[in-house]
Write a protein that binds this ligand. Sequence first.
Ligand SMILES: *Cc1c(COP(=O)(O)O)cnc(C)c1O
Length: 703
Amino acid sequence: MNEKELTSTLPERIAGLGALAYNLWWSWTPSARELFRAIDLETWRACGYNPVRFLAHLSPDSLSQAAADPTLLARYDAVMNEFTTEMNAAATWPGSSDEGVLAYFSAEFGLHVSLPFYAGGLGILAGDYLKECSDSHLPVVGVGLLYSRGYTWQRVRDDGWPEDIEEILDRSLDPIQQVNDGQGRPLVVQIPLLDPPVHAAVWRINVGRIPLYLLDTDIDDNQPWDRAISHHLYTANLEQRLRQEITLGMGGMKVLEALGIRPSALHINEGHPALATLTWMQSLVTAGQSFDAARQWVQQHTVFTTHTPVAAGTDVFPFAMLDKYLSHLYAPLQTDQAALFQLGAHPENPGAGFNMTVFALRMARFSNAVSQKHGQVARQMWASLWPGKKVEDVPITAVTNGVHLPTWIDPNRLRPLLDEYLGADWMARQDDPQTWTAVDAIPDSTWWDAHRQSKSALLAQIDKRAKRRWRDDKVAATNVIAYGALLEPDVLTLGFARRFTGYKRPDLIFTDMERIKRLLSNADRPLQIIFAGKAHPADLEGKRLIQRIFRLAQDPAYAGRIAFVEDYDQQLARYLVHGVDVWLNNPLPPLEASGTSGMKAAANGTPNLSILDGWWLEGYQEGNGWAFGGDAPFGDRTGADAEALYRLLEEKIIPLYYAPSDDEMPHGFIQVMKKAMKSAAPAFSARRMVNDYVGQFYLPILA
Ligand SMILES: *Cc1c(COP(=O)(O)O)cnc(C)c1O
């Protein structure tokens, strides 16, 4: 299925729905979302909020009915008008006459629940970035890989062990289309350096105004080992991983070339796509430049963002493995093995192999970390690349991450409130703190009512999932309770959802079992905690952490006040950040580069209870949430951090939430919620982040 085919099945009067369905713009535009819901809510839900699937499933009768319904048609016309105006606006760099295109490369993109091409925070960030580039009308294209088996469902067994269930993607009904060459045949590009030749098909996702191109080697032309290059995210086999990065970076540049897109600037998101710079250099050398001139030119036009605060988190490929592929490149680049390898050699351990982060840092004019703290960590970590420079002068700056507010702010409960109190054009002023002062004008009763509705929606979603597992899969009754069937709407609710892995310490709150049990089962002022998160398939420690928490959730001693919800994804993340009362985060400092789920929570008025690391060092202010773990105790800090966490709960948060009031509303707590939103939404929006990238890096490059 593609846009043309889908459109041809629709009644003429509403044929524009085809284009709308194939553009994710609808997903962050409430009026467009409501249009699909208004056509047939039940089918919309049954089709997983995927408009392509939805329109394909509607009967001809329902479609003609929709095309004859005056109320619906009025809505349709308004949405299509907004859509067309937005898509046809000119793309520009603010304050610049340059119309050059920036190509943004990333190994993952998290865009919508129907498109599972991400593993975690990095992908969600890249997706939010593209959406914001669309809203800001910037001339940007995205490049990534299409993972045909990227998707795993999480199923927790009766004994608490999480299993990963792989699902092969059905591309035919996703909002994604195969790109054609000019002659109506599927476009196929040959991946550089791979021999015998490997080919990739190209898919396109419309992210509003921004095209995202994804390479796919899982096609009939290729041998099994080559088809598997784009099966999984971050494949474990190192050589296959290198081939994946060649496909992403170098194949990605070939796709742009085949489409006639000549980027003026390149943004490498994390080290995986960095080989794109070599393909760019090759085109310059072919056009007559020397190796050094080409390297300098590409470097002058490249931005690199590092997301990893641990040196071991970067890909290092043995030189012999690299030589097997790059040896085809020495002559075309007019260079030799030594000069090329030198670019990826870490000065502290030059024999270790080709380090992709080192290479990317050397190939970029501007490099940045993703929070101020991470900037300090990264400058320290990579200081040896700039011998003679003081650590504070190492040229790695920071652009703190941000989240796409139209995607993450609750469209059903909060957005109408904000439209009313902040003024209808508040989205255009979203990064101005002044815009948000009007939050104080929202009456506490209105605010609390909206929050209670979001919380009910979360608990209803959890209930629905638990019942489905009981009914369809006949899981043990204790599992139904562990999934959250006994959660209660009036109980103070903590949310903890992220990738389960050791350094994130999901079980920190269980350090003192007796103390947490007292808090959970307190008769007057109880607490409940909702956990969600997947572990990487190979991360046994992460899986053991899930098992530990799931078993506690099954245990009657905790009175049903611990829940573990399966299958953490973008949709569940939305319910959670909208609906819990407090967002908990307690990684081991300084390992959280930024963290973005806390920003999503705060932008929805859900205060953070977080250790001082990553973005929270910038985000925390007196009265907008709670912070702990400021100074780094030497050695094992588990006990000290857990103590600080318990004390905040016992002395501050629980009393504030359950404070008696005449009208049964926790006014003090609502103050914290409002301050969370006012302080975080403008400063940690993707709008602010993209503006920083444009002002600090893109404009100087394009000038
Ligand atoms: C936001 C988000 C993340 C990243 O959150 P962190 O706080 O950085 O861990 C991961 N997964 C999903 C589904 C998200 O929505």
